[in-house]
Design a protein around this ligand. Structure first.
Ligand code: DON
Length: 596
């Protein structure tokens, strides 16, 4: 296996092309250098299901803080969004408190202590991708039950007990709720049916009398209600050391590819408080998730690089050109192929570093300060020339050593905010069901030599599977604040590697291009992850802009199915929060009724 090229040499590849672009002309800032503190006029919850958002808003209205509401909403999502909301998965939460402090909680799944890399390889030492998708070997020790409990224990208002925050989820699981078209469509699929029907609790809930529930049918989940009740009454110990833990271990010990997950692995699971990553863009402070998610780091790297390009003057020139000789094909924000070229090339460079250097910080030294620092930023920016650096893809794939997620954004009227993303990894996770819920397939987020994961991501030994290790994520829960600490944006999304590109796109549109939040969330997205070389474009980009990118040597996948599901809150200077739940999927942005 050939060693990696150093990242410095990769960015230097483009040095000779850096004649025109550079750090010289910075765009003008849209921020107020001496902002007045913003206190939100009301609380708000944005997520992918109206019933779960209503649970969070009710907690806020009864005097709970943003943390209480986020925990209750996430638990409700475990019921109403069985394909993504979860007890059997894990996630991350970023918190900004009114007193100015910030926190980041890592409740990512861990690799069983008895697991070994050899279990995932064939006789010739090549990875077998199926093993990390639909078998017991795919499953990491779930983090959500302990994580949500820890969030409340440490930062909750204490106006509610943890049990009171679990209660609405128990009620939803017991009484049931009408399922939507999306869940009904999934349940009618043969593969999911075969997987779920194998478990008596799943069969009874989703396929009563053998018939798949259809849109509008009531989904009742008594087995999930029982597990939630045990969690409410006995806390995480009741889950990890109790009946649910035993059921998970028993389920994963079966079949052709049994997992080594033990009762001890579950009993010793612990969420971890980490130092949030902090950066600046256009005078705003960004507070985001550090490794083992790569999302926050990619976001900061990208915004650092883009901040040095003359985005504003370029947009002004594009708009003036269109006024002088109208073509009717201009992007409404004045974006042209040159600006989107900078955007794509920036992502390419950040994703290369992800693949080379980023993994669980408890196992590898992640050079965060270097990657988010001035020298890396300058080198990356200078290396971006006028044409596509498609060569990055082959560097990664040749040398590589080798949906489903959901997001909750919450703001309370005191100005506390929570940005929380949880995942089972792919849709319906491993499709293995125990104690009333689905188990994740998160171990597919590790990098196996010579093989891309289900999102086409490749990586290095920094993200190789090891006992106790957390697989690298791209989840990007983020909070943006004014310099005085007032929250102006709470944002996150599902979408695998497209999470960070979705969040970046919305942030650029809102913070740099001045677009209203709902338009920015609706706007077409672009994705680039270094390998493959091609960039994906949702429908809606101007054909002229895409043609311009092709002339710069970019390989494009046009009009691909939309992705991501951004759940965001923007707070205006008047303190009025505006929520946007991505129209790409069902969801709701609900605010408290009473103004302060
Ligand atoms: O942690 C990660 O980056 C992935 N497991 C997230 C997967 C995902 O977002 C799929 N959902 N749409």
């Amino acid at each position: 296996m050939r060693p990696f090229r150093s990242s410095e040499s990769i960015v230097e590849l483009g040095l000779s092309l850096a004649l025109v672009l550079g750090a010289a002309c910075r765009g003008s800032a849209h921020f107020d250098p001496e902002p007045k503190p913003i206190v939100p006029k009301r609380g708000m919850v944005v997520c992918e299901h109206e019933l779960a958002a209503a649970v969070g808003v009710d907690v806020l209205e009864r005097g709970g803080n943003a943390i209480d509401a986020a925990v209750a909403t996430a638990l409700a999502l475990a019921v109403v969004l069985p394909e993504a909301g979860n007890l059997g998965g894990g996630g991350f939460a970023v918190v900004a408190l009114r007193d100015g402090s910030t926190r980041a909680l890592d409740f990512r799944e861990t690799t069983p202590s008895g697991a070994s890399l050899a279990q995932y390889l064939d006789g010739d030492g090549r990875p077998i991708p199926e093993l990390t998708r639909r078998t017991p070997l795919a499953v990491g020790v779930p983090g959500s039950p302990a994580g949500l409990h820890e969030l409340e224990r440490e930062l909750g208002s204490k106006r509610f007990s943890f049990a009171e925050l679990v209660a609405p989820a128990i009620a939803l699981a017991e009484r049931g709720f009408p399922i939507d078209a999306r869940l009904a469509r999934d349940l009618s699929g043969e593969e999911l049916r075969a997987a779920l029907i194998a478990d008596p609790d799943a069969a009874a809930a989703f396929y009563p009398q053998g018939r798949a529930l259809v849109e509008g049918d009531i989904l009742r989940q008594p087995a999930l209600a029982r597990t939630l009740r045990e969690l409410a009454e006995g806390g995480p110990d009741a889950f990890y050391r109790g009946r649910a833990g035993a059921a998970i271990v028993e389920k994963l010990s079966r079949g052709e590819h049994p997992s080594a997950m033990s009762r001890d692995d579950l009993a010793s699971y612990a969420p971890k408080w980490r130092e949030p990553l902090v950066g600046w863009f256009r005078g705003y402070e960004l507070v985001t998730m550090p490794p083992p998610s790569s999302g926050g780091l990619i976001l900061l790297q990208s915004l650092n690089v883009l901040d040095g390009f003359p985005l504003d003057s370029r947009r002004a020139a594009v708009i003036a050109e269109e006024r002088a000789a109208p073509t009717g094909a201009m992007d409404p924000l004045g974006l042209d192929d040159r600006i989107v070229h900078w955007w794509i090339e920036t992502l390419r460079r950040a994703f290369v570093e992800r693949a080379l250097h980023v993994g669980d910080p408890d196992f590898v030294d992640v050079p965060i300060e270097r990657l988010a620092g001035a020298e890396w930023t300058a080198r990356a920016r200078i290396s971006i020339g006028e044409t596509a650096s498609n060569e990055f893809a082959s560097l990664l794939t040749e040398d590589s050593e080798g949906s489903e997620t959901t997001h909750v954004s919450v703001l309370d009227a005191r100005g506390n905010a929570v940005s929380l993303t949880t995942t089972l990894n792919s849709s319906y996770g491993s499709r293995l069901f125990a104690a009333g819920f689905l188990l994740n397939d998160e171990l597919d987020d590790f990098a196996f030599a010579g093989a891309a994961n289900q999102y086409g991501l490749v990586g290095s030994s920094a993200n190789a599977l090891a006992p106790g290790k957390r697989p690298l994520s791209t989840m990007t829960p983020t909070i943006v604040r004014q310099s005085d600490g007032s929250v102006v944006l709470v944002i996150g999304s599902p979408g695998g590697p497209r999470i960070v590109t979705s969040v970046l796109g919305v942030m650029l549109r809102v913070l740099a291009f001045g677009e209203p939040l709902d338009a920015a969330v609706r706007a077409p997205r672009v994705h680039q992850q270094a390998a493959p070389a091609e960039s994906s474009f949702e429908p809606g980009w101007s054909p002229r802009l895409l043609d311009g990118l092709e002339r710069r040597g970019h390989a494009l996948r046009r009009d691909v199915t939309p992705w991501g599901s951004v759940q965001a809150i923007h707070v205006g200077r008047d303190g009025e929060p505006i929520g946007a739940s991505d129209p790409r999927r069902p969801g709701a942005a609900l605010s408290t009724r009473v103004k302060r």
